[in-house]
Design a protein around this ligand. Sequence first.
Ligand code: ATP
Ligand code: MG
Length: 652
Amino acid sequence: MSDIKVLPKEISELIAAGEVVERPASVIKELVENSIDAGATAITVEIQRGGITYMRVTDNGIGIAKDQIKTAFLRHATSKIKTANDLDAILTLGFRGEALASISAVSKVEIMSAQKGQNGICYELHGGEEVSFEEAGCPVGTTIIVRDLFYNVPARMKFLKKDVTEGNTVAAVVDRIALSHPEIAVKLIRDGKTVLTTNGDGKLKSAIYAVLGRDFVGSLIPLEYEEGGLKVTGFVCLPSRCRPNRNGQFFFLNGRYIKSGTMAAALDRAYQNSAMVGKFPACVINLLIPAGTVDVNVHPTKTEVRFTDEHKVFDTVYRGTRQALIVGDRRPELQLNTKKPINIFAEKSEYSQANLPLDITPKKQQSPVTSPAEKPVAEVKPIINSIPISGSLTLNDSQVKENNSSFSQSFKSAPLYDVVINAPQTKNKNLDILVEDEPPKKTEPSIEADMQAPKESDILPDVNPLDIIYIGEAFSTYIIVSLKNSLYLIDKHAAHERINFEKLKSSLKINSQMLLTPVSVTLVKEEFEAVITNTALLEKLGFLVEDFGGSTVVIRAVPAILSGEDVTSLISEIAETLRKTGTAESKRIDDILHSIACKSAIKAGNITSKEELQSLAVKVLTSRSLMYCPHGRPIAFELKRSQIEKQFGRLG
Ligand SMILES: Nc1ncnc2c1ncn2[C@@H]1O[C@H](COP(=O)(O)OP(=O)(O)OP(=O)(O)O)[C@@H](O)[C@H]1O
Ligand SMILES: [Mg+2]
């Protein structure tokens, strides 16, 4: 091996630069963060060829003093911290004193900056070496131009992606900046074209509108919640507007964009049982937290942070989101087409046709007249418009529990005999606390979080059951009722399924019923193992399951609510769920309860008496929690009288 030597400055600079500057987007992030720290109220970003050949960031911040500009480009030179103690409570986005040094080491940089009452300076560096330094007339603030990124590091250059991909990543960075600072007017110009402008009016909704569009704004519920010195503000989406991926999730910490598994997990948990299976909530959430309780100095890019108390963060986001959903969720509206064409394509991606609760997708063949312009006024071409919003679900819903028992009993044959299997003693009525026997996880709420989750009376105060007029049932599936100035279409299976689910979830013990003839079910190996490792859990939920050898299990008892149901298919379904569901016990419990609730509910196509349908409709329309089936599908759609009258030409 050769001698050990300290690397020459040029090489060590390049290595250090690599940690901060990975691609054009990292340069833009650093420069814009500097502008924010400088108190700018307007920031313009311009890029060409995805930023690889040209990037410019202009701000109207305080500028850099003439005699400080050169120092700003030295490694570890910063005006933001002075002592080691300052690291414990960082209030600025930057603090490492590395960005300008790193950027200038791997590109050609030109900076023009002026402070109030001073002459401006123009300073140019190539690969970190001074090229020129002269006075220049320029407005107060700073402009930095970065050309030919990685021109002196060909190895790095090779890893850059296509211009358009790099440009998109830059755009994503600017989007996040705009969302985290609505008080700053942000502009992005891409290859000569302005692609984003925010007005800097300080309103988060305006920034969201500019960045994510009208459709996104229309799906949001405001969020504001504070506890124990932590505060969350922003918006979360209606459960019915969840998206196919997590791209709509934006988390900020004291105005800094961060990636946070803890916050994402808390959000998932808050939407559990109301979001459509396989869909993810969207949000723009800013967590305000005392600077001393978080470490942002974990990674050079500062998007990863470490909280002193992850559980506290989880609980605050979880409870805040639950509260927002309770207050802000609303029943979806079924809209008839108006003369104004509505862009349904934006909705398509969010709502796959398979998931539409009614067969009312706007297919051409469903309507004899297809062009919106030619459409006669009276044509009724239903579409789902800016889909719903919906409900808040209240766990442990006592009203549902009480009312439902007689109802569900009427749909099943009398049990042969009942055995009550007691759940283990717990402090909380909620089944979720069965997670007690597992160590607390980052992705699980604390027991206190669940207990203290905002709850509100499940009964909607402004609905009088006497105003609900039963009209009929369509296709042996949808109950039609009127209530004041609206018609409602209620999916009887979805409604009953949710009622059963709430009932099971709020039970301290689930009644179990021994089967006269035990049923043996042969499963595939992984599913068999999943069932066997979960027999204790299944027992809590009313199943007595035994290992019969091979891949066969014997079922000796099932939840009483299920009598007469097809045990084999239910166990196969639960086995598959258990195999797929991860370690979170509360999720496994909920998934099994979904299956039981679904199997024990009345089915679409079944014959149901008028009285039962009436009682179901009253329950749905008077309960806040009956908005979605446990898989997230809407239980009911509202059709306003005004919309109908518009279609008949009675209203303008
Ligand atoms: N746009 C700007 N307006 C005013 N001052 C600036 C601007 N950009 C940089 N500076 C000054 O230059 C210094 C160095 O900037 P640099 O980005 O390298 O480090 P930093 O922001 O302090 O820390 P970090 O490396 O974490 O970003 C800053 O501390 C700040 O004083
Ligand atoms: Mg900086």
